[in-house]
Design a protein around this ligand. Structure first.
Ligand code: ZN
Ligand code: ZN
Length: 375
């Protein structure tokens, strides 16, 4: 159980920090539409799978904090978000109308909304209900900027999500044998995540054998593993809202020379990049270390995605370790390092770990079995 007193103190600090930011940017309020931001600020844990009018929005003003939700979630919202005034819609009053009442009733004139997380129909309904009495201003990244640097308690929760993931992988690794299908292995993974207190999958588990591994985000199918092929397993467990994410690539039976070649390149790129992680390094520089190394072996074109991403209440969040990102890494960011090589017709190799940026370097958080270099 969550300690509600602690929860209230924690979220009150976050809300106060956001209110200061809103004042700086001349907003009278912010409508928080994105599930991870909603949970971060309020503690309210409604699933990101719900339609967002059902789960609800937050309205943060300079003095107050509201959680507007469906009556279905009223009790949960009151329990989980003790620092918020819970307001429900229904009985002839729509979600948009209820929000507009709060905005107009308080005389708010300039209200931000999270443009990357609102449904267009909801936006149109709000504009109609406001009848020109307030201006809605699209915002991006306001709350994300706070979530980027993890608090000690968030890091502790992430460690737990990661350790469940590690334990599950170590248990299922010996099950990878000829004849086992991708779907069977995915189920062995998912069942154990639940057994070990994971509350959900962080994302759809990827188990991709042989040629399927050439698709970085393949869906597990009925195909049985064959001797000598690569199997890419990308898995994540959600624990108390926080996500883990880890990829291993294993060979079914004795590795082929091709497998050894590709695996060694990806592993070298991954280890060299992890070694370089420290405050002040930019996302672009980190990506370049891995990309240049893979390119030097002639496989630059086959590394078809960026190096890594931040993780927390969302599986993909800031920082982005990718080309062109000049933002620097800072202590207490948590992110993945996941180079890969994908060859159509043959398959793929990806190796992914999560790291914590420390004051003078990094700490490797993932501890799942990882095969070293093949010789
Ligand atoms: Zn992953
Ligand atoms: Zn990832």
């Amino acid at each position: 159980m969550v300690d509600l007193g602690e929860q209230k103190v924690k979220t009150a600090g976050r809300v106060a920090a956001l209110q200061a930011k809103l004042r700086q940017e001349n907003f009278d309020g912010l409508l928080v539409c994105y599930f991870a931001n909603r949970r971060y600020l309020s503690g309210y844990s409604a699933s990101d799978m719900l339609p967002h009018e059902t789960s609800g929005f937050l309205l943060i003003t300079s003095q107050e904090a509201f959680l507007i939700t469906s009556p279905l979630y009223e009790e949960q919202a009151q329990q989980e978000a003790p620092g918020f005034e819970v307001v429900t819609f229904g009985k002839g009053i729509s979600f948009a109308k209820r929000i507009a009442e709060l905005i107009v009733g308080r005389g708010l004139k300039r209200v931000g909304f999270e443009a990357n997380a609102i449904i267009f129909d909801t936006y149109l309904g709000l504009v109609r209900a406001l009848e020109d009495k307030a201006e809605l201003v699209p915002c991006r990244g306001l709350v994300e900027a706070f979530r980027l640097i993890k608090e000690a308690e968030e890091i502790a929760t992430l460690r737990r999500a990661i350790s469940i993931n590690d334990q599950v992988f170590n248990e299922i690794e010996p099950l990878i044998e000829p004849g086992v299908t991708e779907k069977q292995l995915a189920w062995e993974i998912e069942r154990r995540m639940r057994d070990y207190q994971g509350e959900a999958l962080a994302f759809e588990t990827i188990v991709a054998g042989g040629p399927n591994g050439a698709k970085p985000h393949a869906t597990p199918g009925e195909r049985p593993f064959e001797p000598g092929e690569a199997v890419v397993i990308d898995m994540g467990t959600r624990y108390q809202g926080y996500n883990s994410d880890m990829t291993r690539t294993v060979c079914v039976g004795a590795p082929t020379p091709k497998f050894k070649e590709i695996y060694n390149i990806v592993l070298e790129a991954q280890l060299k990049t992890i070694e370089a992680i420290r405050p002040g390094l930019t996302g672009d520089e980190a990506d370049t270390i891995a990309r240049d190394l893979i390119t030097s072996y002639g496989y630059g074109e086959a590394f078809s995605h960026s190096l890594g991403h931040g993780i927390g209440l969302a599986v993909h969040e800031l920082p982005g370790l990718r080309k062109g990102n000049k933002e620097t890494l800072e202590p207490n960011m948590v992110h993945s390092i996941e180079p890969g090589i994908y060859l159509s017709g043959w398959g793929g190799v990806r190796i992914e770990d999560l790291v914590l940026v420390t004051t003078d370097g990094y700490e490797l958080l993932s501890a799942a079995n990882k095969r070293g270099f093949w010789s």
